[in-house]
Design a protein around this ligand. Structure first.
Ligand code: FO1
Length: 320
């Protein structure tokens, strides 16, 4: 049985992970999820990327927004507004149930990984979804305009002002099972997530890069034709890497990471949109149609990526 571990941020990573889970035996898939975006809001612990992966795999997510639940209502937020509470970050009525159960369990001392496993079990998910850590590792965004902002303040409250640096506060150990899931995988896939704020937080967790250095790692480019499929990545690349947004910039970012072996960067392969391949130096390239408009696209793309990665792993393009 092929075992695969996917590292994921929010929407793009979750959609890709959904394809992988449906292309393979779900029991063979582990998704390690960024928790650098997590926040406490209205007294509740909210884990946006974990919830996006969980809802997407359970086919309960809102396809249009990409986050939160399908068929959501917003009466609790209306009440918060009426009473003068903060409404810049919206928690739907049904989504609130997740945050209430999670927050209560955290207060009882249950680790986030155990709570996540319980929530996933209740949704009937067979793939394993692991937070990158049970500890606190917060993504901080330095901006010229507003100084340093916590991730959701930067993205949602301030609408992603220009970034000068991305940092991770805290260096907690990986959640139980994270290093093992990477070590035991036939190959590791990085979803089409923002490298700076979705994948790098996972790579910042102690031990993750070292164990990845032994594996065949394949990433999907979140840049298509010079533009981000979603979010502010296309503006972040020129600001942080001093080059134009392209699939090549994604390859260069992962290649430059330290701690991934002496002779090459992290990636054995990069999956890019057709026409974007010339920009890529270093990893082997699969050029295909990468934009996932529906569940059929996710499945087709995942199958192509799994074949590409399995071939690289077999040919020893990883470190194995
Ligand atoms: N994104 C927004 O643009 N506005 C919101 O009010 C908002 C609320 C929200 C609540 C729960 C949740 O799981 C996600 C939410 N998101 C919201 C998405 C989130 O900010 C980001 O998309 C991810 O953190 C990036 O992966």
């Amino acid at each position: 049985m092929t075992r695969v571990t996917v590292l994921s941020g929010g929407v793009g990573g979750a959609r890709f992970a959904d394809g992988v889970v449906r292309a393979l035996d779900a029991d063979a898939v582990t998704v390690v999820v960024n928790t650098g975006d997590d926040l406490e809001h209205l007294g509740l612990q909210v884990c946006p990327d974990l919830d996006t992966v969980m809802y997407t795999l359970a086919d309960l997510g809102d396809a249009e927004r990409g986050w939160g639940l399908f068929g959501e209502t917003w009466q609790a937020m209306e009440a918060v507004r009426r009473f003068g509470g903060p409404t810049w970050f919206n928690l739907g009525d049904r989504d609130l149930g997740t945050h209430l159960v999670r927050t209560a369990a955290l207060r009882r001392g249950e680790p986030l990984s155990a709570i996540t496993a319980r929530l996933c079990g209740a949704l009937g998910l067979r793939a394993r979804i692991l937070p990158m850590t049970d500890g606190a590792c917060r993504t901080l965004i330095d901006t010229r305009e507003h100084g340093t902002l916590a991730f959701q303040d930067w993205l949602v409250r301030e609408h992603a002002p220009a970034v000068t640096r991305v940092r991770f506060e805290g260096s907690p150990p990986p959640a139980p099972g994270v290093l093992e899931a990477i070590a035991q995988a036939d190959f590791v896939l990085l979803g089409p997530s923002n490298p700076y704020v979705s994948v790098d937080p996972i790579l910042s967790i102690p031990g993750v890069r070292e164990v990845l250095a032994e594996k065949t790692v394949v990433a999907l480019s979140p840049i298509v034709g010079g533009r981000a499929v979603k979010g502010p990545l296309a503006e972040m690349i020129p600001a942080l890497a001093r080059r134009a947004a392209s699939a090549g910039a994604i390859a260069a970012h992962y290649s430059a990471l330290s701690g991934c072996g002496p002779d090459r960067g992290l990636l054995a392969g990069l999956v890019v949109e057709r026409g974007d391949e010339e920009a890529v130096l270093g990893p082997a390239v699969l050029a295909t149609s990468t934009v996932m408009r529906d569940r059929d696209d996710r499945l087709r793309l995942s199958r192509e990526v799994l074949t590409f990665a399995a071939d690289l792993a077999r040919r020893g393009r990883g470190h194995a």
